[in-house]
Every structure is written in C-alpha cells, then in structure tokens.
Design a protein around this ligand. Structure first.
Ligand SMILES: [Mg+2]
Length: 227
C-alpha cells in the first residue's frame, strides 16, 4: 500500500490568526495554572507534546508527562473558537484529497503535530475529517502530536506498523517536515504555503509546489501515483 502522510496546519488548512495562541492560553491557564501561549516559542512543525513542554520550560515549569487533559482541553477550546471563525482551506486541497481518496492503491493518513482532538477540530472545520476517518470506527487514521515530543519520531511510529511492501509519501509545508522525510528516505511533496519558502524547500526535494491551486493538484496527484 502507498501511504500518503498529510500534515494539517499550512498544508491543508490555515487556522485564523490568533486562534492557536488564544486556545493554547486557555489550556495553559486551565490545566497548568500559568499565563502562557504557544507563540512564546517557535512552534512551526513541532508536536503538541513538544510545544507544551517547551512553553512550560520557558515559564519555569518542568514536566515529564503531560496529562491527557491538556490535549483534550486544547482541542475542545479550538473546536469552540473555530465554530465562529472557521479555518481557511488552502488552494486545490479539496480536489487533491478527493482524487487520492478515489485511488484504491492509496491510503490517506495524517502525520501531524496536532493531538487527535485538535486535529479533529481543525479537520471538521474544513469538512475534511471524513477523508481520514475509518468508515466503521470513525477514528482518525494517523500519528499525532501527543505521541512524541519530536516530529521525526512520528515517522518511526508509522514505520513500526508498516508492512514490507508499504511506501510513504509525506505532504508537508515545513522545513522540519522536509528534514524528517529526508532522514527517513521517504518521498515528499512540499507546498510553500507556510513559513518556509519554495527556495528553502527545494534544498530537500524538487517536488515543491507554491500551492495546489490553478490545477496544480493534478500534477501533485500524478506525481504521487508515479512514485
Ligand atoms: Mg504544517
């Protein structure tokens, strides 16, 4: 099976400015009793577990194990905020996901720094959750930011479950994502819809798109089918 491992933020969707920080501030206050938010650190491409630990460290709190409540609260607050201020779907992403979902040799899977709760809130806001849900269990398929502190360890979790003939294509916007793909020898399709520029991403792969708009999703899909 060919697994297409898709990132969420700035790859499929963009969360309205301020919501990630505001929702994290509610979580840090409610769960840890501290005044903090995720933009106190460089959070691009990092996992939720890594972000929570790094932010807490910055405000003088050391923690080894993050309670599950932190991920749940962050997800719930995000969900509430997105109800009145929904995410923006990035160009061509709906068509890209539709085409891959209809290819029986491809399995769409999430590889995201979000926990499953926050991933679901964001995907539901875009009506993208069904692309990644098991039709029977309704559980999102993938590896998530509550599982490890480092993004490239998420790929180790994918490999642990892999069969000998499985192949992987990473779809991501970040330099951390490109480094992860390179380190693991995985194929990658990068979109310059986040902070990293096309030029920066091209240091890792020639497969860089400005976005999937103007029918560019078709080239990305046929590239994935040929890999
Ligand atoms: Mg991203």
């Amino acid at each position: 099976m060919k697994f297409v491992l898709v990132d969420i933020d700035e790859t499929m969707i963009s969360v309205p400015k301020g919501i990630n920080a505001a929702s994290s501030a509610v979580m840090f206050e409610r769960v840890f009793g501290v005044s903090a938010h995720e933009e106190l650190i460089d959070n691009v491409g990092k996992t939720e577990q890594g972000i929570i630990k790094e932010v807490l460290h910055k405000v003088g709190v050391e923690i080894i194990t993050i309670p599950q409540k932190a991920y749940k609260v962050w997800g719930e607050v995000t969900d509430q905020m997105l109800k009145t201020n929904p995410v923006r779907i990035l160009p061509g992403m709906l068509e890209f996901l539709d085409a891959l979902k209809n290819n029986k040799e491809i399995c769409l899977t999430l590889l995201t720094g979000n926990s499953p709760w926050r991933a679901e809130a964001k995907l539901q806001s875009a009506h993208f959750d069904s692309y990644f849900k098991d039709p029977d269990t309704k559980v999102l398929s993938g590896v998530f930011g509550d599982m490890t502190a480092k993004r490239d360890e998420l790929f180790d979790l994918i490999k642990q479950k892999a069969q000998p003939n499985d192949t992987f294509v990473i779809v991501d916007d970040s330099l951390i994502g490109a480094k992860m793909a390179k380190k693991h020898g995985a194929h990658m399709i990068m979109v310059a819809t986040g902070k990293a520029t096309g030029e920066e991403l091209r240091a890792y792969t020639p497969n860089v798109f400005p976005d999937f708009g103007e029918e560019r999703w078709k080239s990305a899909v046929s590239l994935i089918e040929r890999l």
